[in-house]
Each structure stands twice: as structure tokens, then as C-alpha cells.
Write a protein that binds this ligand. Structure first.
Ligand code: UDX
Ligand code: UDX
Length: 441
């Protein structure tokens, strides 16, 4: 099928590439000329495992193309996906200006029947607004609007798209539904077809539920610390109940990234607007924020004063296997440590480039190191902020002597406390009361 994706970022580019991979003829549109030039050269502007190879392969096969022209895009696709950003307003509600602009740009370019699919994460009832907008700018245009939320995780986006758990789309038209089913035929996954509003809600409700699981285990981690229990064992024990499941029960510094913080705030805002306040989610947000503050307090309890202390921060991306630093808790941690006068030497396997685009990277007390070991040279402590697998394999025996004292704060419970203690480290994880006590005795 001929498909168009408007917005070639993390979501649009991966989605378009996977559509091409299963045989569709895909044109990706982006208003950023530099990005399109890069893509046309066969390079990709982001780090996402497996994506570069797929882009190259499908461009070479002639199934994947790029342009800056929306009219050309609308002309090309029988189905036009919108995957532009939906950033938050200061009050947490969603700024829909890019969606509105794209709807306006699409409208005059519609010459024959098109399905316009919203892939961006939007509040319930946005589909109605998109349809109204297109209709206002092109009263004679023949089209249907569909909501098709994405559930891809950065770092495993290609696998999530190629072998999805489920495909959800919301449509109020049989004609549009038939085309959507055809697009997804090559993907062997359970399909749920709903009305548009329900599909939009599914995305916000799914992400909020996952964030709720994370905040739940983080709240439990605080109780573990107060009662000398181990949150890893608690998570394992409750996760063995199939009704609960072990995934998204990893205690740590809390959730970040371009989706959870924004989507939870957006769900709270739209619920308030609809007159049904979702207070449970306000608590989820509170716990998430508190988790980083509790962690910094733990560092203070040991180091007493952070001013002028050199701290090695391992990890800057919001999670492993991505270079994305948007709303990264690791970056927030760096900001907070520096605000207290600490000197941060940070290392990340993939995200140092994207980090350098952030204002905090310019701070005189922030430097980047070439390796985890180099970051630790002369530091008072190692702080694990992102659970990159390579950190678990660092040469801890070698590093030990280059630290002021062998001290580790593991914000993602990446390391095994007993092993670290066996090597002579004073280890502090999240919710691992028992080990912490052991390390002190
Ligand atoms: C997406 C979704 O759009 C967002 O709603 C969802 O919650 C997360 O995923 P993402 O792909 O991560 O966002 O955003 P980004 O990587 O910033 O890509 C968006 C792309 O759209 C950029 O390349 C940008 O240049 C492009 N864009 C933006 C347009 O082509 N037109 C515009 O009007 C605005
Ligand atoms: C998320 C959703 O998982 C995906 O379905 C949706 O489409 C987009 O948003 P993503 O933001 O890429 O994907 O990453 P995810 O793996 O969900 O992690 C989000 C944040 O939660 C990260 O900061 C991660 O470190 C944190 N997290 C995740 C935890 O703290 N504990 C966990 O157990 C899982």
C-alpha cells in the first residue's frame, strides 16, 4: 500500500521504516530540511538499535523515501499518518499546535479519498478536532480520520513494531477500517478496533497504568528501606502472580522520557477538563518526583556536603539503548547535584551528543568523560543513573583505587549488592535495606 508519515522523529521514522520493511511503499515527510537531507543520504539522526540497517535496506529497495513537502506526501499515500510532536503546556495539558498545523496543511492537498491517521499521542476527542479542521479548510475533501496509537518503547522500537503485542485503531468508518486492516495484515498481532475516542483513551490509560506500576514499586521501595527489606525480592514475589506480572516493577529513580511524564500530566489535565479529576495519577506523579529527591538525600546522608565534591554520573539517557535525553531523570539528577555545588563528571555510551544540546551541559561544573572508568577518576562516588548493561561489566576492582573512597549509589539497582560489597564497595541501591545495612556493618 502507499503510505505517508508526516513527522519523521523517533515514532514517525521507525513506524514508516517498519511499514516499508513489510512491503508498503512509504513516503516520510518532515519539515526539518536538515533531517530530510540526512535521511536521504541513508543516515539516521537518532540512535535506535536496528533502525539504521532497516532504513538503509528499504531506501535501497525503493520502498522508503523522504521529502519536506506535505502536498507531495498527501498525494502519495492512500493513508496519511500524523506523527508530529504533542508537547506539554506549562499546566500539563497538551499543546496541539503541530497537529492543528498539519491538519491545515493536509486539507488543501486532498484530491481524492484519504484516511488521515493520528499516530501522535493526543487527548481524547482530538480526532474530532482534526476532522473538523480538515473539513473547515477543505469542505469538499473526501476523507476519514482514524486514531492509531503507538506502543513502541525507545531502545526496542523496531522489535515492538515488527512484533507488536497488539494493534489498536479507532475508526468510525468501515471504508477507513478496511484500509487500516490491510496495512496491518503483514503483522501477526491481535487487532482491536474501537471508536476513535476509545482508541485515544487507550493510549493515555495504558501509559498511565505503566507509570502507576513504576510509582507503586517505588513507593514500596521507600517502605523496604524503612523496614530493612529488599524491593527486588518483593517485586519478584508479587510479579510471580500472573495477574500482576513482573514487568514495569523495577524500582529506581523514577520514570522519565518523552512519553510518561507528558502523557500522565496530559491525562490528568484532560480528566480535569472533563470534570472527572483523576487524583490517583496526581499521586503517581508525586511519588515519581519524590523518588529522585529521596535518592539525593541518600547521597547527602553519606557525603554530608555536596559542594566541591566530584561525582561520577554513569548514564544520561532516560533509559538504556537510546540516545534520548528528553525528560531524562539522569539529566535532572545532574542538574540537582550541580545546583548544590557538586562537580559532575558524566559518561553515557550513546547520549553524550544529545546531552551536549542541553543548557546544563554548558555549566562549568559539568564535564563529560570518555569512559565510565575515566569519569570515576578522583570521584567521591559513582552514581548509576541509567542501567546501561555495560556499566554492570565495568572494571570495578580497577576503578576502586581511583575513587576517593569505594562508594556507589545505584539509582537503577543495576548491580548486585553482595558482589559490590565483596569487592569492598559501600553500596547503596534503591529499596535494598538489607544490603545497605550489611554494607555498613
Ligand atoms: C512522537 C509523537 O508525535 C508524540 O505525540 C508521542 O507522544 C511521542 O512520539 P517523537 O517522534 O518522539 O514524537 O518526536 P520527535 O522525535 O520530536 O519527532 C517529530 C518530528 O516531526 C520531527 O522530526 C519534526 O521535525 C517533525 N515535525 C514537527 C514536522 O514534520 N512538522 C511539524 O509541524 C512539526
Ligand atoms: C513508553 C511505553 O512503554 C510505550 O508503550 C509508549 O508507546 C511510549 O512510552 P518509552 O518511554 O520508550 O515507552 O520507555 P519505557 O520503557 O516505557 O520507560 C519509560 C521510563 O520508565 C524510563 O525512564 C524507564 O527508566 C522507567 N521505568 C520503566 C522504570 O523506572 N521502571 C520500570 O520498571 C520500567
Amino acid at each position: 500500500m502507499k503510505l505517508t508519515i508526516i513527522g519523521s522523529g523517533y515514532v514517525g521514522l521507525t513506524t514508516g521504516t517498519c511499514f516499508a520493511e513489510v512491503g508498503h511503499d512509504v513516503l516520510c515527510v518532515d519539515n526539518n530540511e536538515k533531517k530530510v537531507e540526512t535521511l536521504l543520504r541513508g543516515e539516521i539522526p537518532i540512535y535506535e538499535p536496528g533502525l539504521a540497517e532497516l532504513v538503509k535496506k528499504n531506501v535501497a529497495a525503493g520502498r522508503l523515501n523522504f521529502t519536506t513537502s506535505t502536498p507531495e506526501g498527501v498525494d502519495h499515500g492512500d493513508v496519511v499518518f500524523i506523527a508530529v510532536p504533542t508537547p506539554p503546556n506549562p499546566d500539563g495539558s497538551v499543546d496541539l499546535k503541530y497537529i492543528e498545523k498539519v491538519a491545515r496543511e493536509i486539507a488543501p492537498a486532498i484530491k481524492e479519498y484519504k484516511v488521515v491517521v493520528d499516530k501522535s499521542t493526543v487527548p481524547v476527542k482530538t480526532g474530532e478536532k482534526v476532522a473538523e479542521t480538515i473539513h473547515r479548510y477543505a469542505p469538499d475533501a473526501e476523507f476519514d480520520v482514524v486514531s492509531n496509537p503507538e506502543f513502541l518503547r525507545e531502545g526496542s522500537a523496531v522489535a515492538d513494531l515488527m512484533e507488536p503485542d497488539r494493534i489498536v485503531f479507532g475508526s468510525n468508518s468501515d471504508r477507513a477500517s478496511a484500509l487500516m486492516k490491510k496495512i496491518y495484515e503483514p503483522f501477526a498481532a491481535p487487532l482491536l478496533v474501537t471508536d476513535i475516542n476509545s482508541a485515544e483513551l487507550i493510549k493515555h490509560a495504558a501509559n498511565s497504568f505503566l507509570a502507576l506500576k513504576i510509582s507503586y514499586i517505588n513507593a514500596v521501595s521507600a517502605i523496604c528501606e524503612a523496614s530493612n527489606a529488599d524491593v527486588e525480592l518483593v517485586a519478584q514475589g508479587i510479579g510471580m502472580d500472573e495477574r500482576i506480572g513482573r514487568s514495569f516493577l523495577n524500582a529506581g529513580l523514577g520514570y522519565g522520557g518523552s512519553c510518561f511524564p507528558k502523557d500522565i500530566a496530559a491525562f490528568i489535565a484532560i480528566s480535569d477538563q472533563l470534570g472527572v479529576p483523576f487524583d490517583l495519577l496526581k499521586e503517581v506523579e508525586r511519588i515519581n518526583k519524590n523518588q529522585l529527591d529521596r535518592f539525593i538525600q541518600k547521597i547527602r546522608e553519606t557525603l554530608w556536603v555536596l559542594e566541591e565534591k566530584k561525582l561520577a554520573v554513569w548514564g544520561l539517557s532516560f533509559k538504556p539503548n537510546t540516545d534520548d535525553v528528553r525528560c531524562s531523570v539522569a539529566v535532572e539528577l545532574v542538574e540537582k547535584l550541580v545546583a548544590e555545588g557538586a562537580e559532575v563528571v558524566a559518561y553515557d555510551p550513546k547520549a553524550m551528543g544529545t546531552f551536549q544540546d542541553l543548557p546544563i551541559s554548558e555549566h562549568e561544573n559539568v564535564t563529560l568523560a570518555e569512559s565510565p572508568e575515566a569519569a570515576a577518576q578522583g570521584a567521591e562516588a559513582i552514581i548509576v543513573a541509567t542501567e546501561w548493561p555495560e556499566f554492570a561489566n565495568a572494571d570495578f576492582m580497577g576503578i576502586k583505587d581511583s575513587l576517593v573512597a569505594p562508594l556507589i549509589f545505584d539509582g537503577r539497582n543495576l548491580l548486585d549488592p553482595a558482589t559490590m560489597q565483596g569487592m569492598g564497595y559501600n553500596y547503596h541501591g534503591i529499596g535494598r535495606g538489607r544490603e545497605e545495612e550489611a554494607s555498613e556493618t
